[in-house]
Design a protein around this ligand. Structure first.
Ligand code: NAP
Length: 252
């Protein structure tokens, strides 16, 4: 997969799946902008790890609409154009309905939807203004197996990802006439900070056994799926949701 001369913005690109995706795009010739919320050191380390030149980090809390708009001004100002948007940033907060207070319940739902869904929707809006003008573009959303399988202790997360899937399908239909294509990846558990507590805790072994491979995904494996959907020749896959879960949850 060759992304020479392409420009890419990866939200939540400072750690985990976003970092692996930035490394894969940079290794395939792209110029990469990574967005992060607060961890400057992780963002700097990621930028320093990228092959090639012209990469940079942009801080923005995606749960604020103005911050998203500002992030795009910086990215377009620096790159001149944006070919590929990866909506990867996300949060995963524990809030079992039987255990949390009503206040906490509301707060987690708002925080989760603001980042995982509305942040991604606003990023799509801002990117599309430029992509339509440029005559082409790609958007890849990072969803989750939890959208299909359920998230009993993180219901807002499961709902945010199910909504993200539906958003991707709708935008694929709306944007195909503009030569803008939209794909979604839906990973199961991945070895990142987000999943660390679960993978290192009592449930770790049980989680790994969900896959007949007896392990969870590596960030690089999810990155590969993202690059595939963003690559030339996959245009007719627009609207697709690609499972990356080691056969831990199969749907047909
Ligand atoms: P991670 O290691 O926790 O990294 C999250 C990234 O998102 C960080 O770069 C973080 O920046 C950024 N971020 C979080 N909230 C943000 C906000 N409001 N504005 C801007 N950036 C924000 O997560 P990950 O495991 O790589 O997950 C990446 C994506 O994959 C998420 O959408 C997640 O839901 C999805 N996913 C993960 C798994 C898994 O098991 N790990 C499974 C399925 C799907 P800071 O560090 O600066 O806060």
């Amino acid at each position: 997969m060759d992304f020479t001369e392409k420009t890419v913005l990866i939200t939540g690109g400072s750690r985990g799946i976003g970092r692996a995706t930035a490394q894969a795009f940079a290794g395939s010739g792209a110029r990469v902008a990574i967005n992060f919320r607060s961890d400057h050191d992780a963002a700097r380390e990621t930028i320093e790890s990228l092959a090639g030149e012209g990469h940079f980090a942009v801080r923005a809390d995606l749960s604020h609409a103005q911050a998203v708009e500002q992030m795009f001004k910086v990215v377009i100002g620096e790159f001149g154009r944006l070919d590929i948007l990866i909506n990867n940033a996300g949060i995963f907060k524990l809030h079992p309905i039987t255990e949390v207070s009503y206040d906490e319940w509301q707060q987690v739902w708002r925080d989760t939807l603001d980042t995982n869904l509305i942040g991604a929707a606003n990023a799509c809006y801002c990117a599309v203004q430029h992509m339509i003008q440029a005559g082409s573009g790609r958007i890849i959303n990072v969803s989750s197996r939890g959208a299909f399988r359920g998230e009993p202790d993180q219901p807002a997360y499961g709902a945010s990802k199910a909504a993200m899937n539906a958003m991707g399908q709708s935008l694929a239909q709306a944007l195909a006439p503009h030569n803008v294509f939209v794909g979604t990846v839906a990973p199961g558990f991945v070895e990142t900070d987000m999943a660390k507590d679960w993978l290192e805790g009592d449930e770790g072994e049980q989680i790994r056994k969900q896959s007949p491979l007896h392990r969870v995904a590596r960030p690089e494996e999810v990155a590969r799926g993202i690059l595939f959907l963003a690559s030339e020749g996959t245009e007719f896959m627009t609207g697709a949701i690609l499972d990356i879960n080691g056969a831990s949850y199969l749907r047909s």
